[in-house]
Structures are given as structure tokens and as C-alpha cells.
Design a protein around this ligand. Sequence first.
Ligand code: NAD
Length: 431
Amino acid sequence: MRLTVIGTGYLGATHAACMAELGHEVLGVDVDPDKVAALQAGRVPFHEPVLPELLAKHTASGRLRFTTSYEEAAAFGQVHFVCVGTPQRKDSEGADLRYVDSAFASMARHAGEGALLVGKSTVPVGTAQRLADTHAAVEIAWNPEFLREGFAVEDTLRPDRLVLGIGSQRAETLLREVYAPVIGAGTPVVTADFPTAELVKTAANAFLATKISFINAMAEVCEATGGDVSVLAEAIGHDDRIGKKFLRAGVGFGGGCLPKDIRAFAHRADELGVSLAFLREVDAINMRRRDRVVELARELCGGTVLGARVAVLGAAFKPDSDDIRDSPALNVAARLRLDGADVTVYDPEAMDNARKAFPLLGYALSAEEALRGADLVLHLTEWPQFRELAPERARALVSRPRIVDGRGVLDGAKWAAAGWEFRALGRPAPG
Ligand code: NAD
């Protein structure tokens, strides 16, 4: 089939390359000419494992191309996936829908009768129907996306499920044709009306955020009582009804999705007269974990970080990504810098993005360089290489051996045995 993918960021570039991998002819459309030029040259402008190989393969074969022209896109194919951003609005918790509205309007203007515009962006419930009412000449479907950055290709080619929000049999038939190889491999398909399809995505994110904040709230209780949240999480995780995943206490979630999606969901619920007030508490617990790391940093530095050299390990909001949107690591780093600390950040992939967004922080070329002469080390993104740091070797680099494990993955006893003052969230100090 001939498909277009409108908006070629983290989601769209992955979707475009994966659709080419499934055998389709794909045209990616973006308003950012630099992004289009990079992708057309076979270069992924962000870090995502496997995607560079896929992009290179299909741009070389000509099965995947990129353009800034909606006119060209409308003429190219009949099925158009809309993958543009839906960030938080500056003036409220709600989602900023201007990019979605503009992408649908541009495509509807150029597309002929029978074109199917498929929204993949995460939107407040009610958006698909509003767009369908506004652009009656084209057909609209909603196919929310669940991919995780760092596993984006795998998640697109082998998703847990496909959700097809459809208004007609024809839309379902076309989407089933697009995804035929994925469906053929046994992927469950859930068909739904527009509001349900939109809600599946926001409900899934709300559930995951709630699970993370739940264990982080338990970490707060452990901190108040001397309990150990890692033991608690292991013990409750043995219960199949609870499960072990997403139960590691730490500095909390960030990124371009969970924080803005739960805020947008609570905001939309208010508009609908339904209370999702608990999501505001989920958000507040999450933000309090960042405060707690700042507080621990002060405590370990004798009451103030003024003049202290702080090494921050991690800048991306999670490992295997260079995405720094709403990154807990950089949020903590910036706050310590404001408090007068001399902060040096290292991240294996996110340095360029971090430097652009936080030019006043210091940056090192390696974890070792960041650690050299540090009065305090903060482990805030769980890259595997940070987990593998040898406490003895690290001890020889720093000025004062003090570390906060903001991700709950380092072996506290081992670090303490090597002479480190070790603190983790929700756990008593070892020894
Ligand atoms: P992004 O900011 O990386 O990409 C958005 C892209 O859209 C940019 O390249 C931008 O230039 C382009 N764009 C904006 N307006 C446009 C227009 N009118 N026409 C064409 N292109 C336009 O965002 P993202 O992370 O890819 O997220 C996109 C959507 O997917 C959001 O709704 C997000 O919530 C959702 N989502 C993201 C992920 C993820 O892991 N990143 C996962 C699932 C769902």
C-alpha cells in the first residue's frame, strides 16, 4: 500500500520506517525541513536502537521518502497516519492540539474523496469525533500508539495489541490491510469507537503512572518509618495480581508522554464533569521524588550544596533514549545549580540535547570525568553502564565518596563496603 506519515518525530519516524519494513511504500511529512533532510539522508535525528538500520535500508531502496509538502503527500496515497506532537499547553494542564488540528486541516484540504486520515497522536477523548465533524469530506480513524522509546521498532513491529478506533467497516478493512503482517503474527486487535480508542491510550498511561507513584508513595512511608521499599516491592510483586513490573521506587517518571498525558487526562475529565483528582496526586507524588533527591543532596553535603561539586549520572528521562523532555535527572541537576552547586552531567546519548536545553550546567565526556573531584554523585538515569560502575574505582576518582541512587538499582551494601556514604530513595542507609 502507499501510506503517508505526518509528523516524523520519535513516533512518526519510527512508524514510517516500520511501515516500510512491513512492505508498504511510505512518504513521511514534516513541517521541519531539517528533520526531513536528515531523515531523507538516512540519518535518525534522535537516539533509537535499530531505527537507523531500518531507515537506511528503506531510504536506500526508495521505499521510504520524506517531504515537507502536503500536496505531494495527498497525491501519494490514500491512508495518512498523523503522528504530530500533543504537548502540554503553556497556560493549563490540557493538551495543546494546534499541531493535530493543523495536520488534519492541511491534509483534509489537499486529500481527495475517500482518503483515510488515521490519528496516532495521544489526544483528549472527543478529539477524533470533533475532527470527523470538522472534516466531513475525508474519513477519520484513531489508532493510538503504545510504543516505548528505546524499544520503539520492536514495539511497532510486535505490539502487545492494536487498537483500531473506527467509524466504518471500510476504515477497519483498510487498517487491517496496513497491519496485515502484524495481525498475521498473532497480535490481538481491539476495535472500538472513537472515544474508547482515545481513552485506551490515556487510561494505559494513567495506570502506569499510578503504579509508579504508588510505589514511590510507599517509599515516602518507608522513609518515615525506616522500612525498605525495595524489599516491600519484591514481596508485593510476588502476588500475580500486582506483578513485579513498574514497582521500582526511584526519582519517578518523566519524558514527553506520561507527565503531560496524566495532566491532560485530569484536565479533560474536569471538562467532562468526571473527577480524576487522584491523577493530580499521582503527579504530585512523582514531583515530590525530585524534591527528595534535592533534599538528600543537601543533607549529604552538610545542609547546603552551595559550592559543592555534584556529578549527575544521566540526563535522558530513561535509558536507551536521548529524550530529555521533562527529565527528572536534568530537573534535579538544574535545581542544584540554582542552589549554587557546581554540577557536571554525563549521559551516554543525551548530551547534545541536554547542552542545548541547559547550557549553564557543566558536562563531562565520560562518567569517570564527571566523577573526578566530585563531592557528591547522583545516579538519576539507569543506563546499564552506570550500574556496572565499580565502587572502588569510582571511590578513587571522587573528592568525597557520597552517592544517591535515584533509581534503586545499585547494590548499596557493596558501595558502603567500598567506603561510600550511600543513600537510596525509600531505603535505610546500608550498614
Ligand atoms: P515529537 O515532538 O518527537 O514529533 C512531532 C513531530 O511533528 C515533529 O517532528 C514536528 O516537527 C512535527 N509536526 C508538528 N506540526 C506538524 C504539522 N502540522 N505537519 C507535519 N508535521 C508536524 O513528538 P513524539 O514524541 O513523536 O510524539 C508524537 C505524538 O505521539 C504525541 O501525541 C505523543 O503523545 C504520542 N506518543 C509518543 C510516544 C513516544 O514514545 N514518543 C509514544 C506513544 C505516543
